[in-house]
Design a protein around this ligand. Structure first.
Ligand code: MG
Ligand code: ZN
Length: 222
């Protein structure tokens, strides 16, 4: 019984996700779902990444958190349009929540939309939000065993940003292990070692997103 309920829920979500994606396609807005555990540095990465994109690509952000609007405020201070979703008891964003947030954003003139998901390595992987790209963030401080422990999350990544590489040595973080496990699980996924704090590797991440947006734009413009 419960399995059937869950399947119905996911079907309803997928339908809303398709509507979101259609709306974004029409507006020419490339949406990036940013996933990862609490403390991986998702917001800090956005703080480093968005200023590198904004000259060429007007950007807005949807922030998902159970409570508080702290992360949306951090990005608004930098001059970015940010809409906060508080999920209450829910531990992930779903397509309906994103649809409601999209109504509050003027999509015209935007080129990128970043959707920071609730910090959680499990169920956000199951919910399509209507995004075009999934950027999973793993902090080197979290340990190199996370890919093996939470395969669904890492398997769904279009790109994996490995943040806090400036601290990797202190935490005996083995990048080689992550690369090997990703090769087995999701060989197409781009791996981007970086530090949002020092800025190392962030240009490469911005470059990859710009390239993927370009590829998508050519495909939807046909
Ligand atoms: Mg955050
Ligand atoms: Zn959840």
């Amino acid at each position: 019984m419960e399995i059937i309920v869950a399947q119905k829920l996911l079907r309803a979500n997928d339908q809303l996700a398709r509507q979101n994606r259609h709306l974004l396609d029409e507006a020419g807005v490339f949406a990036v779902n940013v996933l990862g555990a609490p403390g991986a540095g998702k917001t800090t990465l956005l703080e480093a990444l968005l200023p590198r994109l904004q000259d060429r690509f007007p950007v807005a952000v949807i922030e998902g958190d159970q409570a508080t609007s702290n992360d949306a405020e951090r990005l608004e201070v930098l001059g970015f349009r940010a809409v906060q979703i508080n999920t209450g008891s829910a531990c992930h964003l779903d397509a309906g929540m994103v649809a409601a947030a999209l109504e509050k954003l003027d999509l015209l003139g935007l080129k990128f939309l970043f959707i920071e998901n609730v910090g959680n390595l499990i169920c956000p992987a199951e919910f399509d939000l209507g995004e075009h790209f999934r950027l999973v963030v793993l902090g080197a401080t979290e340990g190199d065993d996370k890919v093996a422990k939470y395969p669904a999350m890492f398997q769904c990544a279009d790109a994996l940003a490995i943040n806090k590489m400036d601290l990797a040595a202190y935490f005996a973080f083995d990048l080689g292990r992550v690369r090997r496990e990703m090769l087995r699980l999701a060989p197409e996924t781009e791996i981007l070692p970086l530090s949002a704090k020092t800025g190392e590797g962030v240009d490469a991440c911005a470059g990859l997103l710009a390239t993927r947006r370009e590829r998508w734009f050519v495909a939807v413009s046909r």
